[in-house]
Design a protein around this ligand. Structure first.
Ligand code: FAD
Length: 274
């Protein structure tokens, strides 16, 4: 059996199997632990004199790689080894999409389309996107495990161990925006609420060197459960500080290759189902 439902999906399926349905009661205790949002941070900057048009063209046209560490001048984190990966992002033109069917229309409908699309054109803004090395200490558990048919995964993520990495990202965003003549728009959800959005969830079924330290071994096989494999972002046991899909795919391909090599031995003596 190969599970590949992603960091949240695979973790939820296994949590339900252990804590809800009770069909796999001996799944490792660390299941759900060590989750990371990959240190993702998204902020905006405004540039008066430039026409940037983030709603057009590709996202991530370039990156600035600080993964070997950065110390900001005049910060109070002297010697802090912030590791970051900064990218330009893109934004959808929501207004244009909403009123798309009126694009060619004359009269009020055509006017509404042009107005809406110019309102959400954000042509003087650029989203800065990036990753850092966060604390990777989020934990998924099942809410309502007793009513397991209704149970949903809930995340407990205390930002405390990630604050310095994410604040370094925030500071470097401010410094770089000012250095290029822009005005930074602070991310209030982070500074006030300590909330973030991530498209890069990692972990939950963390790969580890030994049972007791994680959920799967180096080929994605769940400790104590022969032939149950996890092959997706849920096995990545920490933030990797850059866009993760190729790392996830490379680790999954390696697991497939190892499984292929081991198949004859595993099938030898196995019961043949007709
Ligand atoms: C908007 C956006 C932009 C991104 N851009 C980039 C990028 O530029 N570069 C990059 O490297 N990464 C990018 N990513 C991240 C990348 O897509 C993910 O890291 C990667 O796809 C994760 O792979 P995965 O195999 O772990 O999970 P997924 O690709 O999410 O695959 C999991 C699959 O399992 C299915 N599933 C979930 N639960 C269940 C269930 N209970 N039963 C059955 N099926 C289930 C899902 O529908 C999905 O098809 C982006 C993500 C988003 C959201």
């Amino acid at each position: 059996m190969i599970l590949a439902a992603g960091s949240i999906g695979s973790t939820e399926i296994l949590l339900r199997s252990r804590d809800g349905f009770g069909t796999l009661k001996n799944l490792p205790r660390s299941l759900g632990r060590g989750w990371s949002p990959n240190g993702d941070f998204l902020t905006l900057a405004k540039y008066k004199a430039e026409r940037l048009q983030p709603t057009k063209g590709p996202t991530i046209g370039g990156v600035i790689d600080f993964l070997d560490g950065v110390d900001l001048p005049d910060d109070n984190m002297i010697g802090y080894d912030g590791r970051l990966y900064v990218e330009d992002g893109g934004l959808p033109n929501v207004g244009a999409h909403l009123f798309k069917r009126w694009m060619e229309k004359r009269g009020p409908k055509g006017w509404a389309y042009r107005k809406a699309s110019s309102l959400t054109d954000f042509s003087d803004m650029i989203p800065w996107f990036g990753q850092s090395i966060d604390g990777a200490d989020g934990e998924f558990s099942l809410r309502n495990p007793l009513q397991f048919w209704r149970a949903r995964t809930q995340l407990n993520w205390n930002p405390q161990r990630s604050v310095s990495a994410l604040d370094t990202f925030k500071d470097i965003h401010v410094a770089m925006t000012r250095a290029t003549g822009g005005k930074p728009i602070p991310l209030a959800t982070w500074s006030r609420l300590r909330m973030l959005v991530t498209p890069h969830p990692l972990g939950g079924c963390n790969m580890a060197a030994a049972a007791g330290a994680g959920v799967t071994n180096d080929m994605g096989e769940v400790f104590g459960h022969d032939n149950l494999f996890v092959m997706d972002g849920s096995v990545i046991p920490r933030a990797i500080g850059r866009n993760p899909s190729k790392t996830i795919a490379a680790v999954a391909e390696r697991s497939c290759e190892k499984l292929r090599d081991e198949l004859p031995r595993r099938l030898d003596g196995a019961t043949t189902l007709v």
